[in-house]
Design a protein around this ligand. Structure first.
Ligand SMILES: Nc1nc2c(ncn2[C@@H]2O[C@H](COP(=O)(O)OP(=O)(O)OP(=O)(O)O)[C@@H](O)[C@H]2O)c(=O)[nH]1
Ligand SMILES: [Mg+2]
Length: 393
């Protein structure tokens, strides 16, 4: 059962709970009921009020739910009290995201990063009380009581383990640094795909470099960075294109910290392809969220192309397939509409990448972008024969 609580201004709240449902499905759960509530402030004991908690309990019984997932972060005490009150497993968004990451991590580095994040999460749960962790309930993740080796460790052992994982991560990171330096030396333009999870980064990656990385209608299908050479027509140059982990709102802080090395790859790119799911009703918020994380990791000033993906699922179609969008700081970034799945608009995207590889800046035409200019853009320093955009995808 999914529960979201609207805490008003300054707190993220999704009345549809669709994203939470996607997260649950990506973790192998089946959402059977949803409930949203509204509160001025979270209840210290139960997060929701006791009336709502009873309502949840009734719905749990009615739908025979085996657990309750909250879209907001619960304190360890709230989680414990809710489990006692409801008689089923209770988890929050953070635990859910950590669990998905744990399931998906494949590379040595990815696994280490997830382990670090989980240990750090457990460490915060141990601060107040730790008896609730001792209940053995099984299950794959952090939810429902760990049923895992970590719970036997005391806090001191956890912190030792954190130290050792960090040391191993540093070693792996050093190896990756060497590989990255080699790529930098090769002189190829480094291009990173970034964007909200499920935007279609891996699908676009596969379409551009004819690879077959895992792409799926799941959140966080990709955890590990993959890099392939992208040949740029007419330039006799290649770019090194990287597919990376997706972003999500309220990404657990510990996770961002643990994945800093992976996210850092993005900051070392020469060009970011910011992939947005144009068909999502949340596309604007998702784009802002990605911009926020980019700023957090120091990548906000890198040249960027906005790639509005899933054009095939867009109704009505946009008036133009290429325009310029203002960013928070007022600068304009080029935007192209593509369909990674169908292959529409990729030539224009390749042209943009090639023009950056040729050392040209991504700048809109000189004239201030009036209505007309915005819909007839040219790429700076490049005559653009295909600027006559049509709306037929
Ligand atoms: N209709 C449509 N669906 C698309 C398009 N591109 C990707 N998808 C679908 O969107 C879903 C997510 O695609 P991915 O490529 O895995 O997305 P991602 O950004 O790599 O996601 P994560 O790795 O999970 O962060 C899949 O179900 C794709 O089939 C597109 O152009 N049109
Ligand atoms: Mg992916």
């Amino acid at each position: 059962m999914l529960v979201g609580v609207d805490l008003g201004m300054g707190h993220s709240f999704d009345p549809t709970l669709d994203e939470l449902a996607q997260l649950a499905e990506s973790a192998g759960d089946e959402p059977v009921a949803r409930l949203v509530a509204r509160r001025k402030a979270p209840d210290a004991a139960l997060f929701v009020g006791s009336g709502k908690a009873d309502e949840i309990k009734a719905l749990v019984a009615e739908h025979r739910a085996s657990g309750v997932l909250f879209d907001q972060a619960l304190s360890p005490a709230q989680q414990r009290n809710l489990e006692r009150h409801l008689g089923v497993q209770v988890a929050d968004r953070t635990a859910l995201i950590l669990e998905i990451f744990a399931r998906r991590a494949k590379s040595h580095e990815g696994k280490l990063q997830v382990e670090l994040a989980r240990l750090q999460y457990l460490a915060t749960r141990l601060v107040r009380r730790w008896s609730h962790l001792e209940r053995q309930r099984g299950g794959a993740g952090l939810r429902g009581g760990p049923g895992e080796a970590q719970i036997e460790l005391d806090r001191r052992m956890i912190s030792e383990r954190i130290k050792s994982v960090k040391a191993r991560l540093t070693k792996v990171k050093r190896q990756h640094d060497t590989q990255r330096k080699a790529r930098a030396k090769s002189g190829a333009l480094r291009v990173s795909l970034v964007g909200y999870t499920n935007a279609g980064k891996s699908t676009l990656f596969n379409a551009l470099v004819k690879a077959r990385v895992y792409a799926a209608d799941q959140l966080f299908a990709t955890l590990d960075t993959t890099t392939r050479s992208l040949y740029l027509d007419g330039t006799q140059q290649s770019a090194a294109l990287s597919d990376t982990v997706g972003f999500i709102r309220d990404l657990p802080h510990k996770l961002v910290e643990a994945f800093r090395a992976t996210l850092q790859e993005a900051t070392e790119a020469d060009l970011l392809l910011h992939v947005v799911d144009a068909s999502s009703p949340q596309s604007q918020q998702q784009r802002e969220e990605v911009e926020r994380v980019l700023a957090e990791i120091g990548a906000q000033d890198l040249p960027q192309v906005l790639v509005y993906n899933k054009l095939d699922a867009l109704h009505p179609l946009p008036r133009t397939m290429h325009d310029w969008m203002p960013r928070g700081d007022g600068t304009l970034v080029p935007r192209v509409f593509v369909s990674a799945a169908v292959g529409t608009g990729l030539d224009r995207l390749r042209e943009l990448i090639a023009s950056v590889a040729a050392g040209k800046a991504l700048r809109p035409p000189e004239a201030p972008p009036s209505e007309g200019a915005a819909s007839r853009p040219a790429i700076a320093g490049q005559s653009d024969p295909s600027a006559q955009t049509t709306n037929t995808a």
